[in-house]
Design a protein. Structure first.
Length: 713
């Protein structure tokens, strides 16, 4: 009754958590007066103040949530999205607020390149597919403020300024990572203009929350500022018996030491408990659709996680040529035994049985250090303009464990689709803590952004990555498995702008990820992947439209039935993405896109040649829109429709989950006529209460009604 490869990938791996940091981008542009003369009449326009304090944050609802600049794409700093030779989408804090998002999954699921695999109602880590490849929060494909982290669950949305999603390879930009994509969470920054925003509401069911977002200057010279976010929530979600309680505190300080040197420090604490998290499924064949409002897990399922993080950052503009930026963060996570239930389906002739069992992952304690240090140099060689970046980055993660994963069968089955509730069976849990996994990843990067002229630009460079990992099975293991490898991942991109509003690009990048390894198998060599991509980005009215064609090729690694890693053949994903975000008209906002994907296993001797990988739909199409109602100033109607194609549940491609389409509706009402602005929000997710399978491992979410009231004092 042991689980197949996907469950092992979902529940294993080390490491961390985090939740903080802050920075302030100072933009100083002198305003000026304009005058227009027509005959004897002169029209003088008022001075336009575009200083940093006057500018609104990017991605506001009034701009259709369109973001022009990404703060951190690896070592690339404040890069214009339109001129970036990669597929990058940015989700702003106003999207987070207006969607009443309880987790990043609520936002990422609306991206046409993302297929969520595990819902946030489960005890699982954040887990999704991007461009058909798995990306999960303990995979090393997550960063907070540009600092790599291994996060055990999901970043609290109360702390997030924006989410920067890079589709595809990231070896040149971040070092070792999975090939599907990379997610960077930018935390809220200290501000010099006072803010006091208080929001209360409900994430669905009886899961009520309260959130305070405070900030402002701490002295008269505006050289010291702060930001403080406090959030708490508790109660059952829309899924029967699924209870989530969470408290999160995040604080940040910024100090402008001089006009050229800025320092930041931040700290956070998070306490999260999930009771009766939705169950993991092992499906023997294509299942019938079952009620997603019902909780199919056992009453005793629980997960408790506590996390603390402290970080710092400094920037120094030495002169017009050189600048230095560095950051460091230390994170600790403490997680009690994860008590899960797993439901397996078993076929006997024409009859299907549901067989539940207990799955316990021992307590863990994780300590993580992450850093980067970059030198940026701006200079010319003849007519060529260079922005050269050299630097170091990395993460050191120690995962202390007190036992592995124990599975205990309930020894009873019921006819599908009925679930029998059992008392918690006896299981053995060790309280002896030992260093189970120690991973060090360090990068040396050199990258040059070369502007040839107003139309042509080259982005080229390479990252040298070293990976050192030790696996230990127990406190008495005197012969641990060790992995120590180094690889170089080069990249070359060309950007051509035939017109100011249009950019085209072609890029090549190599990626590296650690070969599969565990306490029970010899680690495989590093997996080297390659990506070719061409694309175009256009500013059409108030929208940014992006199209990208990509071809990603990587080794096919898998975990055998004997829990050892093997490599056989290649996994190749070719596809096309179309995304858009922004204002279509003054009153209509549209965000969404389409992904068409051809994913295949090739050159393999394992009997699955040409098969489609598990949990990878060929088509995803998603659109979200907002419309301002003219008859009622301040009122905005919202709606979304999201289609996900069919997915195979087995590597042999014998069984497939059906496609599904779900819809959302909502409204937002801004009352700005009073001294204290108030915003009322309501969103209904899965408005038709459709029952569906999210992935081969989890059910989808039922109809969820969320609402909030925000007051800006």
């Amino acid at each position: 009754m042991k689980s197949a490869v996907p469950f092992t990938a979902l529940r294993k791996t080390p490491l961390s958590l985090a939740v903080t940091q802050a920075l302030l981008l100072s933009l100083g542009v002198t305003g000026h007066a304009l005058a227009a003369s027509t005959g004897e009449t002169t029209l003088e326009l008022p001075t336009l103040d575009v200083s940093s304090e006057a500018l609104k944050a990017q991605g506001g609802a009034e701009d259709g949530y369109k973001v022009d600049t990404a703060t951190d794409i690896g070592f690339l700093k404040n890069r214009e999205l339109k001129d970036t030779p990669y597929s990058v989408q940015v989700i702003s804090k106003e999207v987070i607020q207006n969607q009443i998002a309880s987790s990043p999954d609520d936002l990422l699921t609306r991206n046409a390149s993302v297929n969520i695999v595990a819902p946030d109602s489960s005890n699982n880590m954040q887990n999704m597919n991007i461009r058909g490849f798995p990306v999960y929060s303990t995979s090393g494909s997550i960063a907070i403020d540009g600092l790599r982290t291994l996060y055990l669950k999901r970043i609290p949305t109360s702390d997030i300024e924006n989410i920067e999603l890079l589709n595809g390879l990231s070896g040149f930009l971040y070092g070792a990572a999975l090939p599907g994509g990379f997610i960077n969470y930018q935390l809220k920054k200290p501000v010099y203009e006072r803010i006091t925003n208080v929001t209360v509401g409900n994430y669905g069911g009886s899961n009520y929350f309260a959130h305070a977002d405070l900030g402002g200057s701490l002295n008269q010279t505006d050289t010291l500022a702060y930001r403080l976010n406090v959030m708490t929530r508790n109660g059952d979600t829309a899924v029967e018996g699924n209870n989530v309680s969470e408290t999160n505190i995040d604080g940040a300080l910024e100090w402008k030491i001089t006009d050229k040197v800025t320092a930041e420090i931040n700290a956070s604490h998070n306490n999260n408990r999930t009771d009766r998290g939705t169950t993991f499924w092992q499906l023997a064949s294509t299942p019938t659709t079952i009620d997603t409002n019902k909780n199919w897990s056992q009453d005793w399922v629980t997960d408790k996680l506590e996390s603390d993080r402290i970080g710092s950052k400094i920037t120094w503009d030495i002169n017009d040529t050189f600048s230095v930026r560095g950051a460091y963060a230390y994170t600790e996570n403490r997680r009690e035994d994860i008590i899960n239930s797993v439901n397996a389906t078993v076929n006997s002739g024409t009859t299907t049985f549901l067989v539940p069992y207990l799955s316990v992952t021992g307590a863990s304690h994780i300590k993580e250090n992450s850093y980067y240090l970059y030198l940026d140099s701006k200079f010319n060689t003849g007519s060529l303009e260079h922005t050269l970046t050299t630097g170091l980055s990395g993460v050191d993660n120690k995962w202390y464990k007190s036992g592995g994963t124990t599975d205990v069968s309930m020894a009873r089955a019921s006819l599908w689709p009925t679930l029998t509730i059992f008392d918690l069976p006896a299981y053995t849990a060790s309280d002896v803590e030992f260093l189970g996994t120690h991973t060090k990843m360090d990068n040396v990067t050199i990258g040059d952004q070369i502007k040839l002229n107003d139309q042509w630009e080259v982005l080229a460079g390479a990252t040298y990555t070293s990976i050192d990992t030790t696996f230990k099975s127990s406190a008495t293991d005197n012969a641990p498995n060790n992995y120590d490898e180094s690889k170089t991942t080069p990249s070359l991109s060309l950007v051509y702008k035939p017109m100011p509003w249009l950019s085209t690009y072609a890029s090549y990048m190599k990626g590296v990820e650690a070969g599969g390894g565990s306490t029970s198998s010899t680690p495989l060599p590093p997996a080297i992947s390659e990506q070719y991509e061409i694309g175009a980005k256009a500013e059409l009215g108030g929208s940014l439209v992006t199209v990208a064609l990509f071809d990603i090729d990587k080794p096919y690694d898998y975990l055998t039935s004997s829990s050892t890693y093997a490599r056989d053949g290649r996994e190749r994903h070719r596809g096309i993405e179309l995304t858009t975000s922004g204002k279509v008209t003054n009153k209509l906002t549209l965000m969404g896109g389409v992904t068409l994907l051809d994913a295949k296993v090739e050159d393999t001797q394992s009997g699955i040649e040409g098969n489609q990988p598990v949990a990878v739909p060929e088509v995803m199409a998603k659109v979200y829109g907002e419309y301002a109602i003219s008859a009622v100033p301040g009122l905005t109607a919202t709606a979304g429709v999201y289609y996900t194609g069919s997915q195979y549940i087995d590597t042999s491609n014998n069984y497939k989950l059906p496609s599904y389409t779900i819809g959302d509706i909502g409204a937002r009402y801004e009352l700005n006529q009073f001294k204290t602005p108030v915003t009322l929000r309501m969103n209904v997710k899965n408005v038709t209460d459709k029952d569906y399978w999210l992935s081969p491992y989890y059910l989808g979410s039922p109809r969820t009604v969320a609402f909030s009231v925000e007051t800006k004092f």
